[in-house]
Write a protein that binds this ligand. Structure first.
Ligand code: 5GP
Length: 188
């Protein structure tokens, strides 16, 4: 059986990565979305093992020591990482795997697995991103400022990606996102 392909989806917090990935997996089979580990607290409605594995700093460090992460990074003052074993198992089973991770983690994955397909989601502007984060209402004003500040740094690394999707009009972004995945998934 052919090995699955690894897709890395990055872009600033609040840019709509999750919405685009959900739109793709709703209409296409053969994709598995990796569940990351994090030391941040769960938001209202988030479930352990579904949205993230919510870990203590100590448990997260144990996993680092056991070489359990494909990549990990400090993002907005907390730790986030991709558990390695499930990703490898799904790729070996012929499934395409999607990682929704920040630019630091994406660069680590790309360095270790250069065949991975790197997709960047770009906001229409930093102002629009701030508005979206405010509308989402899951972060404090202070956290929103931190995320927007971080976004401007992340945007500087857009050129490290194979493709960039600007999430301005959502329907257009979804159409383009799905077309890109179709194209890479079906390539030899
Ligand atoms: P949030 O706290 O909003 O769920 O995520 C904050 C940021 O962390 C997002 O940009 C998200 O893509 C990133 N992130 C989520 N999981 C991982 C991961 O496993 N590794 C890395 N490096 N970043 C992650």
């Amino acid at each position: 059986m052919a090995r699955g392909k690894l897709f890395v989806v990055s872009g600033p917090s609040g840019v709509g990565k999750g919405t685009l990935v959900k739109a793709l997996t709703a209409v296409r089979d053969g994709y598995w979305l990796s569940v990351s580990a994090t030391t941040r607290a769960p938001r209202e409605g988030e479930q352990d093992g579904v949205d993230y594995f919510f870990l203590s700093e100590e448990r997260f460090q144990d996993l680092i020591d056991q070489d359990g992460f494909l990549e990990y990074a400090g993002v907005h003052g907390k730790h986030y990482g991709t558990p390695k074993a499930p990703v490898m198992e799904h790729l070996d089973a012929g499934q395409n795997v999607i990682l929704e991770i920040d630019v630091q983690g994406a660069a680590i994955v790309h360095a270790n697995m250069p065949e991975s397909i790197m997709v960047f989601i770009q906001p229409p502007s930093l102002e629009a991103l701030r508005e979206r984060l405010e509308k989402r209402g899951t972060e404090s004003a202070d956290q929103i400022s931190k995320r927007v500040e971080n976004a401007s740094l992340e945007l500087m690394r857009m050129n490290e990606y194979d493709v960039v999707v600007k999430n301005d009009k959502l329907e257009d972004a979804i159409r383009l996102f799905i077309a890109i995945f179709d194209c890479y998934a079906n390539a030899e």
